[in-house]
Design a protein. Structure first.
Length: 482
């Protein structure tokens, strides 16, 4: 009997040691800061993602991402690109950061720019936390002829950007075939190249070069924005619908390339992928979703214009195979990424976003959100004698809970209440309804209106020197506002 005691004791100690080692590995993974890959597709609604019930297209890589992560049904952006992108970078709603409308800086100028010295910067927060940072794709809120090093100043270590269509420089209009791209070596045409491939290759190289340290890679894609074009995989596409579908399929293929690269580098489990879009599909295109025809609603505040596909995946970190009705919007990304990266928000600013890090890591049952907001879009800003200004003193907006949605007018009054679950086409105005649930929702959401500032901000920046391509002043400071 005594001869077995040392053996039994040894086995016990070995098993205990293995258990301790497993716990240590688990704890170390939880403590390790994840890589973050944020992919922002241009102009694509849920009706073109098969994971969300699209019937006219198949998006197998997006579907796989959803199956290995969390698929959000209630994620909001702003209805057009500029308000969404600035809300991402600042963690603020358009009424606070001022970019309520689309203003195409390289094309229209007027001294306007995204001023990183007067606004928060997501990239700076992540870089200051010790991450390697990179961006590739669309920008349009700085003119690289005037500010050639803007992306580094904003907080990106590396960058590869479509310049946006620069006033007075026609080749710069090209973002797809023969794209005009700005890097640290300057701006030039990439003859024979396909822009989405150039941007993808750049970020894949960045990821490989930084695989052993935490990285943040931001991919504001140029796909699937108009002009509708062919892709390397569908060179024979001729109609608008054929080209649109080709562009969606190529968008899906690009996601697959990122997923494969992360797997090959054995860092897929250490990388949180967020795949979403900046607003709904162009109004030129209609798709079928769950048996219903859905027209593209870019620039509009109905659900297909605001409530976009939003998927988060990181096997072992983010719960898998989850479809959630939790609320979130684009302003939440800055505080969420800051928490994931162990960073701190820049002082001196007021933020509208809240962190959803605990929720996406499976540490809470819901996000902290009770409501989300959408507003802005359209080209309703003008250059005045005091800079770029928005048309309205107080822009109309919508407030959204999981079930009810309130439209708020430019007079700061409730004007339409809809039940987005029972009435997805938003045909029935419940403002005067006697239904107890509708009445309670109207009271809750109306109580938020007085918390908004009396006036929306205009873009906040120190003006840049005048340029030959600046659009003319067409309005008098404040006088023209409605």
């Amino acid at each position: 009997m005594k001869t077995w005691l040392p053996f039994v004791l040894s086995v016990f100690l070995l098993l205990a040691g293995c258990s301790d080692h497993a716990d240590t590995l688990s704890d170390s993974r939880e403590d390790k800061r994840p890589n973050i890959l944020f992919i922002l597709v241009d102009d694509l609604g849920k009706e073109w993602v098969s994971a969300y019930g699209a019937e006219d297209i198949e998006t197998p890589h997006v579907d796989k991402l959803a199956a290995t992560g969390m698929k959000f049904d209630n994620a909001y952006v702003m209805p057009q690109c500029t308000p969404t992108r600035l809300s991402l970078m600042t963690g603020q709603y358009p009424y606070r950061h001022g970019w309520v409308n689309h203003w195409d800086v390289p094309r229209w100028g007027g001294g306007c720019s995204y001023d990183w010295n007067r606004n928060p910067s997501l990239a700076r927060v992540i870089k200051d936390a010790g991450y390697a940072t990179a961006v590739a794709g669309k920008w349009q809120v700085n003119d690289f002829r005037v500010q050639p090093d803007a992306m580094v100043d904003i907080g990106f270590d590396e960058y590869c950007m479509w310049t946006g269509g620069e006033g007075g420089n026609p080749p710069s209009d090209e973002r797809f075939w023969d794209p005009y791209i700005h890097t640290k070596t300057g701006s030039r045409i990439h003859e024979g190249a396909y822009g989405p491939d150039v941007f993808t290759d750049f970020l894949l190289d960045f990821i490989e070069a930084n695989k052993n340290e935490p990285f943040f890679a931001y991919f504001p894609m140029v796909l699937t924005h108009t002009p509708l074009v062919t892709t390397p995989d569908d060179l024979e596409a001729s109609t608008d619908m054929e080209k649109h579908k080709a562009m969606v399929r190529y968008t899906d293929k690009i996601l697959g390339r990122f997923m494969d690269k992360l797997e090959d580098l054995e860092i897929r489990d250490d990388t949180i992928i967020i795949w979403t879009t900046d607003n709904g599909t162009t109004e030129l295109i209609t798709g079928t979703q769950n048996g219903r025809q859905v027209k593209g609603e870019k620039s509009n505040m109905v659900e297909p214009g605001l409530c976009v596909p939003f998927i988060i995946s990181a096997p072992g970190l983010v719960p898998e195979g989850v479809t959630t009705d939790a609320l979130t919007d684009i302003t939440d990304m800055l505080p969420t990424f800051a928490e994931l990266a162990g960073g701190s928000l820049q002082p001196g600013y007021e933020y509208d976003g809240v962190s959803i890090a605990d929720y996406i890591l499976g540490k809470s049952d819901d996000t902290p959100r009770e409501w989300i907001l959408g507003m802005g879009g359209k080209n309703e800003a003008k250059l005045t004698d005091d800079g770029v200004e928005n048309r309205f003193v107080f822009r109309d907006r919508v407030l959204r809970e999981k079930r009810f949605k309130l439209y708020v007018s430019t007079e700061r009054k409730p004007e339409k209440l809809v039940d987005v679950i029972a009435d997805p086409e938003e045909k029935n105005n419940l403002v005067d309804s006697q239904d107890p649930d509708a009445k309670a929702a109207l009271e809750r959401l109306s109580a938020i209106i007085p918390t908004f500032p009396e006036r929306d901000n205009d873009p906040i920046y120190d003006p840049l020197p005048p340029q030959p391509w600046d659009v003319p002043i067409t309005a008098q400071n404040e006088v023209w506002k409605e």
